[in-house]
Ligand binder design. Sequence first.
Ligand code: KG4
Ligand code: ZN
Length: 365
Amino acid sequence: MVPFMRILGIETSCDETAAAVVERDAEGRGNVLSDVVLSQLDEHSAYGGVVPEIAARAHVEALDELIEEALKRANVSLDDVDAIAATSGPGLIGGLLVGLMTGKAIARAAGKPLYAVNHLEGHALTARLTDGLAFPYLMLLVSGGHTQLILVRGVGQYERWGTTIDDALGEAFDKTAKLLGLPYPGGPAVERMARDGNADRFDFPRPLVGEARLDFSFSGLKTAVRQAAQEIAPLSDQDVADICASFQKAISRTLKDRIGRGLQRFKREFPTTGEKPALVVAGGVAANLELRATLQALCDKNGFRFIAPPLSLCTDNAVMIAWAGLERMAIGAAPDTLDVQPRSRWPLDANAETLIGFGKRGAKA
Ligand code: KG4
Ligand code: ZN
């Protein structure tokens, strides 16, 4: 039987510096003892996006204190943890270096094993911590850097069923916001404006809808928004609201088609074995209420459970990194050696080909 385990997690792959202490009991239940996240939003907002050099420096300044704080809030010392888990990719290389080197140093000094964790695996396994979900299940990761539909078969067993061939969904929100003069990050601003808009005013494209492959494409949508905005400029607040509402509607329609096909494929490949199948959502765009409603309705229609972990665990955090480390320990996976290197690109599914244009903006998730 797998014993009770406790781990310190560290996350620095993008613009959140985070540390957490998480436990896993012999039955596989998780318990979050502390969850500390410092967002660098203020440092980057003036630039309309994440600046890698600024991010790396901010991680250096904050990480040591954050780890101390995570241990303090958990009421444990380093002696009380069984291992250290640190994100080692994919992400911005400067930030990854800071977190992984810190993880190595602590592991070495405290004589604890180190688990170098794939950030995407953290997102992929979170629903097992929050909802005790059993394998297999489908996960939709929609963030500023990724848009992927992943089959999660087991710890370390992932199949990428779909990915974006150009912009990530969060990136599409951010770019649309920018060209409409809305603040960064764009997603919340677009969603707010869309509330008062007429979603039927503009008929924006829904790329790849109807195609059998499960990939996504959002750059054409962004171009259509730009053209519409130019045609009716100068834009009134109502114009902006109408564009935002129409943009979100196009995205909902696209996701309905793409994910709907994914759910059908899952049912074909895994004819029900008692339990209701599940779709999990992760990433910052999962905050969008229209997107959630669309996915919920789609799951209801197809007989799936829709699982959206609390938002603080959907966006970047160290709890998910700690949990991924615990999951690896639980299956008896060997820890990493101290010469493990950070990787700015690190697909979860080693067999998935790199699609043209994918990950242009760096490989942040
Ligand atoms: O996962 P996340 O917090 O960070 C990384 O990408 O690393 O995701 C951030 C992304 C941004 O592109 C942001 O615009 C988007 O999530 N986002 C939203 C909403 N809240 C955040 N997109 C649409 N609607 C929202 N309410
Ligand atoms: Zn992420």
